[in-house]
Design a protein around this ligand. Structure first.
Ligand SMILES: [Zn+2]
Length: 315
């Protein structure tokens, strides 16, 4: 039987999984660093992590797929841009170097694309030929799957739905534009809007749910909204509005079979999905009578989706 490795590396911690050909997890491994290492040290760490999985299990892996929270050229397997503290990766021949040292076929993908691929092969996307995956975490990521494969776009730059305008002239985004989807539907945006609602409504249940403004998370507004708190319900309604508007833009452009929602915020389940489906369903434009759109939750855990995505990438 053939085996493959999937690694998720965010510049500080690396998590790895060894899988059999059916995508069954055989073993896990991890490594953490200071986050200040350069290209050479990081490569060494990834090599030892892969080697330790093989030696520990006695299995010989033939492939390795690495996912990183960066812009990746999927055709060249090169990291194009990695914001933050990770230095020396942009343009470096990481896949080639790892492949040479490990004697495995190595592929690299951005995290959202890898998670989308995992859902396509092993998760909620399996029953769809085409779907858009949106990861609603601290930040927002997007992966488009067409014909069961990741749509890379011209120049293999992938998709970046998080930078689609949903509010012209709205909140400034690090991409240089204003009003991008990511500025309204990320975990960071939810925390910002929840804190604002707290200061506007001093008697809101948000105060009890959070304890204090510093302890607000992306879950706080949902928790208080479920209890019937009007200020929290307003925050959630606003979140659903922007997410639905973004989804409608994407559907009008690409008309996929489904939208698959992953990430921490998607774990709110039907409390989020039900109003979202209603809003989107009432405004669908293209051929929706013949081909209704499914809006579903991702079925793989956030962390495992990245490991599986890495594994599937290099198959
Ligand atoms: Zn942007």
């Amino acid at each position: 039987m053939k085996y493959g490795i999937g690694i998720s590396y965010d510049g500080v911690s690396a998590r790895a999984g060894l899988f059999d050909a059916d995508g069954k997890l055989i073993a896990r491994g991890s490594a953490v660093s200071e986050g200040t290492e350069g290209y050479a040290e990081a490569s060494d760490k990834l090599v030892s992590l892969a080697e330790s999985l093989c030696s520990r299990t006695g299995k010989r892996a033939e492939t390795l797929g690495l996912c990183v929270p960066a812009a990746v050229d999927g055709a060249e397997d090169k990291i194009l841009r990695w914001d933050g503290d990770v230095r020396g990766f942009a343009g470096a021949p990481l896949a080639r170097d790892l492949s040479k040292r490990l004697k495995m076929a190595v592929r690299i993908a951005g995290s959202a694309n890898a998670a989308a691929l995992a859902e396509a092969r092993f998760g909620a996307g399996k029953r769809f030929d085409s779907f858009l995956f949106l990861r609603l975490g601290e930040s927002v990521g997007c992966g488009a799957v067409v014909g069961g494969e990741i749509f890379e776009g011209f120049g293999s730059g992938g998709t970046a739905a998080e930078h689609m305008t949903v509010e012209a002239g709205g909140i400034p985004c690090p991409c240089g534009r204003r009003g991008c989807l990511g500025q309204y539907v990320s975990g960071a945006a939810l925390v910002r809007d929840t804190k604002r609602a707290m200061f506007e409504q001093k008697n809101s249940a948000l105060w009890r749910c959070a304890g204090n403004p510093e302890s607000v998370t992306a879950k706080t507004a949902f928790e208080a909204a479920r209890e019937g708190d009007p200020a929290a319900q307003k925050v959630v309604k606003n979140y659903v509005f922007y997410l639905a508007e973004g989804i409608l833009n994407l559907v009008n452009l690409l008309h996929p079979q489904a939208i698959v929602l992953g990430g921490e915020i998607a774990q709110e389940g039907e409390y989020l999905l039900e109003p979202l489906r209603k809003y989107v369903g009432e405004r669908l434009f293209i051929g929706c009578d013949k081909a209704p759109l499914s809006v579903v939750r991702a079925s793989l855990g956030d962390g495992d989706a990245l490991l599986l995505g890495g594994f599937a990438l290099a198959l």
